[in-house]
Design a protein around this ligand. Structure first.
Ligand code: FES
Length: 208
């Protein structure tokens, strides 16, 4: 699995690991991200904008709001990101850090410490198959099966030539057009197993 290096992300590494990192009570205001400011002794909340208009970010933001944007919501929020996108990338990690006022190093540390989190895969392309209830009842498992047969990889893996990473998610908020598959960040609806493999063939035929 293609874990990114903390240095590449411009962060300090793993000092935020749960076992040795600062507790939420030890967070220094100086470490807080730019979107938050201290005014008259009070921390003024200036929410960072959503990373993109993709409505999955709104769903995750609503979860954080429910938990009061508290730093202790970190793991649950990272779960929500992974369930929506299939992995955690730099954009998501930085946005979560700002939203919850947690140092990016801690967010990176937590997401690399637990093996149920997947950082952005290394494939040139990503294919995320939704296996949420609405998609599942519309035979999403057959789509996944066809993709697995075609690519010879399982969810969470990348093809040996690094052309494609395959992932699954629980729901991407597009149940109305189930079954849904996300190719390189673009949602496709009412996908058939044949369409899915045809689409992926294009990735491999353009590979140099
Ligand atoms: S269950 Fe697949 S989009 Fe909602």
């Amino acid at each position: 699995m293609g874990h990114q290096d903390g240095t590449a992300l411009g962060w300090k590494g793993k000092e935020g690991l749960p076992s040795g990192g600062p507790s939420t009570h030890e967070i220094n205001l100086a470490d807080l991200s730019k979107g938050w400011s201290k005014q008259g002794g009070q921390v003024k909340v200036v929410k960072p904008p959503l990373p993109s208009p993709d409505k999955r970010w709104k769903i995750i933001d609503a979860k954080m709001r429910k938990m009061g944007y508290q730093p202790h919501a970190l793991i649950e929020t990272l779960h929500a990101v992974q369930e929506s996108f299939g992995y955690l990338d730099e954009v998501a990690l930085r946005w979560v850090a700002k939203s919850l006022r947690v140092p990016p190093s801690k967010v990176y540390g937590v997401s690399t410490f637990y093996n149920f989190f997947t950082l952005k895969p290394q494939g040139a392309h990503t294919c995320v198959v939704c296996l949420g209830t609405a998609c599942y009842v519309k035979s999403a498992s057959k789509i996944l099966e066809a993709i697995e047969v075609f690519t010879k990889i399982k969810p969470g893996e990348t093809t040996p030539d690094r052309q494609l990473s395959l992932l699954t998610v629980r729901c991407i908020g597009a149940c109305g057009i189930a079954p849904a598959v996300v190719y390189d960040g673009n949602v496709s609806g009412r996908v058939t197993p044949e369409q899915a493999t045809e689409k992926l063939k294009g990735y491999f035929s353009h590979a140099s």
